[in-house]
Design a protein around this ligand. Sequence first.
Ligand SMILES: [Zn+2]
Length: 452
Amino acid sequence: MLDLAITNGKVFIPGSGFFELNVGVKDGKIASLTAPGEPLEAKKTVDAGGKYVTPGFIDPHIHLGIFGDFAMECENETRAALAGGVTTVGVFMGGADSYLPTLPGMIDVVNAKASTDLFFHLSIFTPEQLAEIDEYVKQFGITSFKFYMAGVRGVFPGVQDGFILEGFRKVASLGDKAIAAIHCEDQSMLDVAFEKLSAANPNGTLADWTDAHPEVAEEEAVMRAVFMAEKAGNRLYCVHISSKLGVERFARIAGANHGRIFGETTSAYLSVNKHDPVGLMAKMLPPLRDQEDIEALWTRVADGTISSLGTDNVSMTKAVKGAENGMLGAMPGYPILQTHMPCMLTEGYHKRGVPLEAILYKATAGPAKIFGLYPRKGTIAVGSDADLVVLDVDKEWKVDSAKLFSYGDFSIHEGRTMKGCPAAVVKSGEVAYQDGEILIKPGAGSCLRRSL
Ligand SMILES: [Zn+2]
């Protein structure tokens, strides 16, 4: 007898298409895929009613514990993720210290508090961290390592090319299941632009803030990062590509490295331009840009240049955001996990006619394959984890941040009408979210290990 059956769905199998199948679940795993007429015995049934059934979404790029306590954010923000259909998150950790003493405690927190599954990427800033990569793999099953070509002003510096090349060589030595991630912006171009902007226009708007991070700095860094990865021989993941120049350059050079160089963009860069009335609440690094950039990014999502959709979610309250402190004083980041995939369906599938499978793939099998989680995650196959979304692509709803699950009390999509949302979410074989309510307790999610 099955634990759960999801019937009457159009099941999305990434890379294959949509099929009318019933999905059977047992012991947290997908146990059967059967034709609609075949008899099914299950303790519980969810009738998808003709809606799509997709693998649980993966957001491979979030941050936790930047502006709030790690445990508090892990508890709240994974619930926001779940309500948006995201059942696995990739969390970028950073800092100048060795991760060896702190990771065991963080993994305990994840296992106690998370409502999604979670995997870590470690940012590598120091020779000590670089030397410990083998231990991070062995002890914690972490196989993705991030390098910052530009840092965050006043918070942490970026690292130099010599260090990045060493890091890439180390990642290459681990083989093709490991991957380096990189923040592509040239620090010196940002510095010059920032000095100019802060002298001439310190009380600027969100639109002015874009000038602090010129597109050319992203475009140049994309070239340099891919060049170094070619020399070192590692797989490379370019996080949060934000600009038309950046993504066009990436498209030209990634094609020649097919299957080794991957590009990510985020839902914010695909949905909010720098003139949006949300203003400085949407301050971010890299910044939000023009409508022209948004259109270029969508073109590259549709044609497959972009392999993965993330959020770069950094949650905080309005008070911490401090938009009233002006362009230079406001903090970067916003909570966006719950509106992420609804927004991709609204802006991509409905408004621009981007094929549904092109969007869904980049939130399922795409990131799962890149980060060594496939086929446990990112597909619907017998033996895969039973993380599933019953997706209502036509449901219209209005974003009201007071009703979202994030502890952050604002949304850069505030007031927008979204078309599409999960009707139900299954996590590890349990109905975890249905009709607006979360039905599982914190700790139902767990920390994922990956291997080489
Ligand atoms: Zn990030």
